[in-house]
Design a protein around this ligand. Sequence first.
Ligand SMILES: [Zn+2]
Length: 450
Amino acid sequence: MKQARAHVARLELSAAQVAVLDGQAHTARALWNLLHEYFTFRQDRYATLKECDEAIRAARREIAWMGRLPAQAAQAVLKTYRQAWANFYNSDHPAKRPTFKARLRSRPAVDVPQARDLRVKRINRRWGAVNLPKAGRVRFRWTKDLPGITKGGPAGRITGARLVKDAFGWQIVFRTETMAATVMAAHPGPTVGIDRGITVALALSDESVREHGPWLTSGKREHLRRLEKKSARQRAAHTPDQPVSHRLTRTYDQMARLRATAKRRAVDWQHQTTTELADTFSVVVVEDLKITNMLRSAKGTIEQPGRKVRQKAGLNRAITGEAWGRTVTLLEYKTRDRGGRVVKVPTPGTSQTCHRCGHRDPACRDGTRFSCAAPTCGWTGHADTNAAINIRNAAGTVVSGRGDLGTARSAKRQPPRAPLSGYATGQSPAFSWGGVQSPCVARNDLPDQG
Ligand SMILES: [Zn+2]
């Protein structure tokens, strides 16, 4: 079984090489904008792939600076652009309609679609070397064995790379394809439900929590706050239709570096935490983001006005926004690697309902405490733990109904048909596998097939 993964490494570039890559990235962005113009300017029909390809070739012949971008990278822009439309028309994908890319708001990136151009080699323990088109041989930080490069490294190959620039400079993202064992032993661990608390910290149904400190030290937070005020002052002094001042640009850069530091720490914490969770638990039940995030934000204003809103303000808001989705993505592939899985469930009212008796009342929850108001129950405890147990129980019917708890089977896969074939054809043509709970019951009722 092939597994597609990515590995990010920091590039060590000279000032001249940075200028080359910056130029390529700006050209790639300009090409995207030209493509978008060309693709959408007719109201009645979109340009075909062939027409787009010819337009790119013509642009490379006629516009001198277009030649800064390697031909393969230009083709990759077209491919990414087509994919952006495919994502937009895919109802399961959250992507919005492709738009023009603004100079300051878009992330600089250049694709190297062909792995053989890269000629990756390990130089020593800490450094590797890679060929970048038109920039030459470049060193990168070797933090993890890449497949198919070194002896004793993982089996597989590098299929391409993408160069991406963030607040700390250029990085290379290798696309890799590793070979994984097809048959995997079932994960022996228990099932757990996870609720995201008021911050990103996670509450588990086994009454433990996974917490973290602030992503920035108090000094850096204060620095960021001052920079935000400073940038507001500089923006106010800015004359419309004039270029943005170098001072304002520098303030933006400083803010971007602080935010990037915070994001790196958040991602690091998420990686460590999700690895530990995937090691420990076989089935991880989480709330289905698509369904619950609307409910949650509305609840935040009616049930507890001001409280959650305040805590989500500022830096935390930007990071929490994407953090839960990333946590689930990491959990999905890490549990799959270990023979476990993630189950997503719709969870309306999990924070208001008592997990023990099912009594539902918004008044039960007071901040982080949950006190059940039902006279016969009266359970008290951490509100997020209560919600996490509700989430685990919400999946309980689905998981046990499948009768395959703890195996490596995907949540989306159909139940096995083989044992039923003789039974279904002879006696019960109306029997349906559509119900989730029914197979478990029906399997117990099977006559001996001897
Ligand atoms: Zn109760």
